[in-house]
Design a protein around this ligand. Structure first.
Ligand code: C5P
Length: 405
């Protein structure tokens, strides 16, 4: 984008000083920045500093904008290409998520029709608090790009996630956000082939404890499921992504629920119903330890090995297929190492799924970036060429949208 125009809202946290560096980076790249300081933000950086760096007037109060003929809050919120909140404090995100407009920053955020990117920074406990996580999930579902904070030592002496990402990283996220297609309208409002639809996606492995330090798992990376969740959200769907333990960023506009075991995944899926569509991509562990030990299992020096008794996990896909709340379109995955299509055809019938997406996982498909899949439906089998997982995701999302056209 040529000369992006950024509206930068600086919240009240110790990381506010890094917003100054961000202003410098945006200007260096040829962009322009107009800054808004919250009352808290003004405790950490002065309007003078930001005005000098941005070479523009800095706004701090709603009442500065009383003269609507000059620069009203609506105009200020819309003349930028992107609204960036940096640092986004826990309080500011809570007010954004609740739609509160009680100062200039939150009024602009509620009035804007432009995409919003938030770079959170706060104490680790505040970040991990369920209230903050709820607000972040809500903001993402509303279409706000919320960056994950960095992990490390904090100004308050604690350690963990909550540090503001470094300004060059925030700048590259801004570039990416500007390069991406404009945010689809809020779900149910208008536009997007899947607007108004709720899609449930499961992804990643599950982890079944043996004792407090050991578990049974598999090689699933979650990449394919996350890409599908992102592709469906890009078509305007409201997406709930139930994710096993993976190291992946949450796709934009997706509500993510993290789980560990198959039973937790089953409960999260049930809680997320009703859904119009379910895409079950997770590599759910078929078995769990019949009784996970409460303490670490120790070698006793005799050379005797412990016996691990397994029991079967609930089949989430099959349960959903026979549930009274069965989604209208139910899609399962089949990861096979041989006779891929034959197994998939049988699986579709056995599990009463509408479609099965079958893939050969004998190579490095589970952790790799590409996939070759066969779509098994009641009409037959479509075999797609090997594609990057993101392309498989977009093609599958388009195919799903066709069903609902
Ligand atoms: O039986 P299999 O594991 O091969 O079935 C794969 C499909 O079933 C996938 O869609 C997977 O997400 C789903 N599944 C499930 N719950 C299980 C096992 C598999 O939802 N316990």
């Amino acid at each position: 984008m040529v000369a992006p125009r950024i509206l930068l809202i600086v919240g009240g946290g110790i990381a506010a000083y890094k917003a100054c560096e961000l202003v410098r980076l945006i200007r260096k790249a040829g962009g322009s920045v107009r800054c808004v300081l919250t009352e808290g933000g003004a405790q950490f950086v002065t309007p003078m500093t930001l005005a000098a760096l941005s070479e523009q007037e800095v706004h701090t109060s709603l009442w500065d904008l009383k003269n609507e003929t000059e620069m009203g809050h609506i105009q200020l919120s819309r003349e930028a290409d992107l609204v960036v909140v940096c640092p986004a404090t826990a309080d500011l995100m809570a007010r954004m998520a609740a739609g509160i407009a009680d100062d200039l920053a939150t009024t602009l955020l509620l009035a804007t029709d432009k995409p919003v990117l938030a770079a959170p920074a706060m104490n680790v406990r505040m970040w991990l608090h369920p209230a903050t996580q709820r607000n972040v999930a809500q903001l993402r579902a509303d279409g706000v790009t919320v960056l994950d904070p960095d992990e490390g030592a904090m100004a308050c002496g604690e350690y963990g996630p909550g540090r503001l990402p470094e300004p060059p990283f925030i700048w590259s996220a801004i570039e990416q956000r500007l390069a991406a297609a404009p945010a689809p309208p809020a779900p149910g409002v208008q536009g997007g082939a899947l607007a108004g639809r709720h899609v449930l996606v499961t992804a990643g492995p599950t982890r079944e404890p043996i004792d407090p330090v050991r578990y049974i798992a598999n090689r699933s990376s979650g990449k394919q499921g996350f890409a599908i969740a992102g592709a469906l959200a890009a078509l305007g769907a409201r997406v709930t992504l139930v994710a096993g333990p993976v190291e992946l960023r949450t796709p934009e506009r997706v509500q993510r629920i993290d789980v560990e075991t198959a039973r937790e995944m089953a409960a999260a899926v049930e809680a997320a119903l009703p859904a119009d569509i379910a895409v079950m991509v997770a590599a759910v562990a078929d078995w769990r330890a019949a009784s996970a030990a409460g303490q670490k299992i120790k070698k006793n020096g005799s050379g005797a090995t412990p016996t691990l008794t397994l029991e079967e996990n609930p089949d989430i896909l099959a349960a959903l297929a026979s549930s009274p709340q069965r989604p209208r379109l139910l899609i399962g995955f089949a990861a096979e190492t041989e006779h891929v299509v034959e197994h998939a055809i049988a699986k579709r019938q056995r599990k009463n799924a509408d479609w099965i997406v079958a893939n050969d996982v004998s190579g490095d498909v589970m952790s790799g970036d590409s996939n070759s899949v066969h779509i098994v439906t009641d009409a037959g089998v479509e075999s797609w060429e090997t594609l990057p997982k993101t392309d498989v995701a977009h093609r599958l999302a388009a195919r799903i949208a066709d069903e609902f056209a």
